[in-house]
Ligand binder design. Structure first.
Ligand code: MN
Length: 275
């Protein structure tokens, strides 16, 4: 449980096969599979905490998440929308179920990715991108078989709207039973697909709802065939080949930088935010 609001499975890092570098530039993926939350007057979530050295990308499939940070940004991430927060040099933030949504309760389903930053950008100024699904680049499949929403990168001319520090492809694939979609990513990119809903065949392997498929760095082509109506999150990116030191909410390159992050946090250099 992250705070009392997000019941997550951390697909990476953590396991023997999914070390800190395995999905670089993606460092972490927390997946809150469909979870029913009962109505409450006190929104559930996670209180004020810092981040430094990377970006958090929050993708909401069901439910509503409210966000506030010490750079003065705030917003509500609605169904289908994405928030791309560049913590970089450091912010404090808090993440809660949205107040009105909490009063009614309902189903929550979301993903949070931590996207690492190269050393030269780790101490850049924090920023925040609100990415509404209406603005995503969209590639429509023939015969009304579905859509590829491009959050970042490019798919057959449909362009993503997120600005990224390193090359990243991030798509929501929403397809109907029988749809066939092909992807091609450079062999050295790290690539994975999370099945948000449905059932698909990926290069002859079956993948079911709530499963994460990790691709080897061998070959470039992926063929996806939906055996049910399906929603998938496709992520692929050029690895950042730099040493990682991470501790708690910080992802840096050296132990000294982790200690520095705690020192700066204690000195109030991450700004201020009320709980
Ligand atoms: Mn956070």
């Amino acid at each position: 449980m992250v705070g009392d609001g997000f019941w997550v499975h951390t697909f990476f890092p953590g396991s023997r096969t999914m070390n800190l570098q395995r999905m670089s530039p993606f460092f972490l993926m927390d997946y809150n599979a469909k979870t029913e939350f009962h109505p409450t007057d006190k929104p559930r979530g996670v209180g004020v905490h810092p981040h430094r050295g990377f970006e958090t990308v929050t993708i909401v499939y069901q439910g509503r998440v409210a966000h506030h940070d010490s750079a003065g940004n705030s917003g509500i991430i609605k169904e289908g929308d994405v928030q791309w927060m560049t913590a970089a040099a450091g912010v404090l933030h808090k993440e809660y179920h949205e107040k009105c949504w909490s009063k009614k309760g309902g189903m929550m389903q979301m993903v949070q990715l931590w996207v690492n930053l190269p050393a030269k950008f780790k101490m850049s100024k924090p920023k925040y991108q609100t990415l509404s699904h209406k603005r995503f680049g969209k590639f429509e499949l023939p015969d009304d078989l579905g859509i590829i929403e491009v959050i970042a990168g490019k798919y057959h001319g449909a362009k993503g709207i997120a600005s990224t520090f390193t090359p990243i492809e991030l798509y929501n694939v929403k397809i109907k039973k029988g749809a066939i979609v092909n992807f091609s990513f450079p062999e050295h990119y790290n690539t994975g697909i999370l099945v948000i809903d449905g059932r698909v065949k990926l290069n002859e392997q079956i993948a079911l709802t709530d499963h994460f498929v990790l691709f080897s760095n061998n070959g470039t082509d992926i063929q996806l065939e939906a055996s049910k109506d399906s929603i998938l999150l496709v992520l692929s990116g050029e690895p950042i080949n730099e040493h990682i030191e991470s501790y708690g909410p910080f992802v840096m390159n050296t132990k000294e930088e982790i200690l520095q992050a705690y020192e700066d946090l204690n000195k109030g250099k991450f700004g201020q935010l009320e709980n």
